[in-house]
Design a protein around this ligand. Structure first.
Ligand SMILES: [Zn+2]
Length: 220
C-alpha cells in the first residue's frame, strides 16, 4: 500500500499527465492507485489486496497498469476528452490480442466524431476496437415521431392506390400480407441506406416496414 501510494498518488510523478488522459481523478485522492488496482484485479480489489498484503514491491501492479496505458496510447494516436474514465482494463483484456493499424483507427475515430447522428461519443472507442459492428454502443439517433408519421401517411396512400401492402417488403412478397395495410403502431422506421453504410437519419432515408420485416432487416 505504501509503495502503491508512492507510485500512484505522488503529484510529482511525471506520468500523471499521461494517465489523466485516460483516467478520471487526481493523485492526491488516490484515484490512479484505485484504478490500477481495479484493472489488475479485474474489479476484485479487496481480493487482490488480501492476496498481495505481504508483497514488498508493486512490480506486478505497475507492470500491468503501464501495459494497459501503453496499449491504449499505441492503438489510439489522438487523445479525446471522452476517453477519460473508460473501462480501459476491461477493453485491454478483451481486445489486446487483436492487431490494429493506428492510422486506420485514427481515421475511423475522426469520422465517427464528425457524425452528427452519434449520441454517445464515449462508445466510439469500443465500437472501433470491436470492428465497427456493435452500433448499440453509439446510441445512434433514431427517426422522430413526426418523420415516421409523415412517411407512414404518404407510403400508405400510395399503397392503397395500388392495392398492395403499405410495407414495401410485404408488397413484393407472395403470402397473405401482400395487400395488408398495417397500422402505424404495427410498423417501425427503417433506414433505407443503413446508417453504418453512410445512410442519414432524415426523412429522405426513412421507410416504414412492418415489425416483422424491420426485425428481419436488422441493421439500422
Ligand atoms: Zn412487411
Amino acid at each position: 500500500m505504501t509503495h502503491g501510494k508512492e507510485e500512484f498518488s505522488n503529484g510529482q510523478n511525471a506520468n500523471i499527465q499521461k494517465w489523466s488522459a485516460y483516467i478520471k481523478g487526481s493523485a492526491n485522492r488516490q484515484d490512479f492507485l484505485e484504478c490500477a488496482l481495479d484493472w489488475v484485479s479485474n474489479g476484485n480489489i479487496g481480493d487482490y489486496m488480501s492476496r498481495h498484503r505481504f508483497d514488498n514491491n508493486i512490480d506486478e501492479l505497475k507492470r500491468y497498469f503501464n501495459t494497459v496505458i501503453d496499449w491504449v496510447s499505441a492503438v489510439f494516436n489522438d487523445v479525446e476528452s471522452e476517453m477519460r474514465g473508460l473501462e480501459w482494463g476491461r477493453l485491454y483484456e478483451k481486445y489486446h490480442k487483436t492487431s490494429y493499424s493506428p492510422a486506420q483507427v485514427s481515421a475511423e475515430v475522426k469520422k465517427l466524431y464528425a457524425d452528427p447522428y452519434i449520441k454517445n461519443r464515449r462508445g466510439i472507442f469500443e465500437y472501433v476496437l470491436g470492428g465497427l459492428t456493435d452500433t448499440k454502443l453509439l446510441d445512434v439517433r433514431v427517426f422522430d415521431e413526426a418523420t415516421k408519421k409523415s412517411v407512414y401517411t404518404s407510403q400508405t396512400k400510395k399503397a392503397e392506390a395500388k392495392g398492395v401492402s403499405n410495407c414495401p417488403l410485404c408488397a413484393i412478397g407472395h403470402d397473405a400480407n401482400k395487400s395488408t395495410i398495417w397500422k402505424l403502431a404495427e410498423m417501425d422506421a427503417d433506414h433505407v441506406a443503413a446508417w453504418s453504410k453512410g445512410g442519414e437519419t432524415n426523412i429522405k432515408n426513412c421507410q416504414m416496414l412492418c415489425k416483422t420485416h424491420n426485425r428481419a432487416k436488422g441493421n439500422r
